[in-house]
Ligand binder design. Structure first.
Ligand code: PHE
Ligand code: FE
Length: 290
């Protein structure tokens, strides 16, 4: 099972109406499992002192160190006991409404295919390593689990308002590429960072990107790039605070207000920003010059 073409418009053959498919764990080859093990080993070596304690605890309590690609059934049993979440397999990216409905019901959708051996460092579509190693440990944290479910409900609302791109930015800059402050230090928790060998160092140590304290409207106004390391990371003070500000704010008036607000480019700094560290943008500029 490797990535071929996993983007569909209607449930592909063999998928249920909610787009889920059997994980088909027995179909993984020894090479597939070995690919997981290689990716897993180099990330767990690198993440202590970098990843949020909540993420590291999740890896532990879910017993992700067991060799091979996790069996979703087994993983879901553990996760269910902790936070009520389950992991279900899908053939690739699913439509927004399907995705939000799963989240709202505490089902995390994960691709079941794994990247090829020549894609260890980079791949465009999320595979089982990104989806499971990157996302699932945080779902073992009750506060973050609540945030993800609330996000699903918020997504269904945003679809009705036609404001999905604003909400998608919130997901991008928290769930995928978020930083959190723990005991006075920056830590990574975003799945796109923790599952990336390069970005899990870059996000914390590289002088290039800006690191700015999280502000809901600021994040909703900020474009993002999907093809390279981020040029800005937003730092939350805690998961409790992230949950509080997102759940307690009704987004409907915020979407309305932001209708006339300009967007920020990823590298922009705004007067009102609470900047943790100003980036040089050297990395991004060098990439652009190539
Ligand atoms: N409060 C948001 C709304 O009114 C819902 C939401 C909660 C969105 C948490 C994201 C995260 O739409
Ligand atoms: Fe992801």
């Amino acid at each position: 099972m490797t990535a071929e073409s996993h983007v569909h418009k209607t449930p592909p053959e063999g998928a249920a109406a909610d787009w889920t498919i059997p994980q088909d764990w027995d179909a993984y080859t020894p090479e597939d499992h070995r690919t997981w093990d290689i990716l897993f080993e180099r990330q767990v070596k690198q993440l202590p002192g970098r990843a949020s304690q909540s993420f590291l605890d999740g890896v532990d309590v879910l017993k992700l160190s067991k060799p091979g690609i996790p069996d979703f059934e087994e993983l879901s049993e553990r996760l269910m006991e902790l936070t009520g979440w389950r992991v279900v397999a899908v053939p690739g990216l699913v439509p927004d409404d399907v995705f939000f409905d799963h989240l709202a019901n505490r089902r995390f959708v994960a691709g079941n295919f794994i990247r090829r051996r020549n894609q260890l460092d980079y791949l465009q579509e999320p595979d089982v390593f990104h989806d499971v190693f990157g996302h699932v440990p945080m779902l073992a944290n009750p506060v973050f689990g609540d945030y993800m479910a609330a996000y699903g409900r918020g997504g269904l609302r945003a679809l009705n308002f036609g404001n999905l791109h604003k909400l998608a930015r919130l997901y991008w800059y928290t769930v995928e590429f978020g930083l959190v402050e723990e005991k006075g230090d920056l830590r990574i928790y975003g799945s796109g960072i923790v599952s990336s060998h390069g970005e899990s160092v870059f996000a914390l140590d590289d002088p290039s990107p800006n690191r700015i304290r999280f502000d809901l409207k600021r994040v909703m106004r900020t474009n993002y790039r999907i093809d390279d390391y981020q040029q800005v990371y937003f730092v939350i003070p805690s998961f409790e605070e992230l949950l509080r500000t997102t759940v307690e704010n009704d987004f409907a008036p915020i979407y309305a207000e932001l209708e006339t607000a300009s967007d920020f480019a990823p590298e922009d700094i705004d007067d009102g920003d609470d900047v943790v560290s100003y980036g040089t943008q050297a990395y991004a500029n060098a990439q652009a010059a190539e």
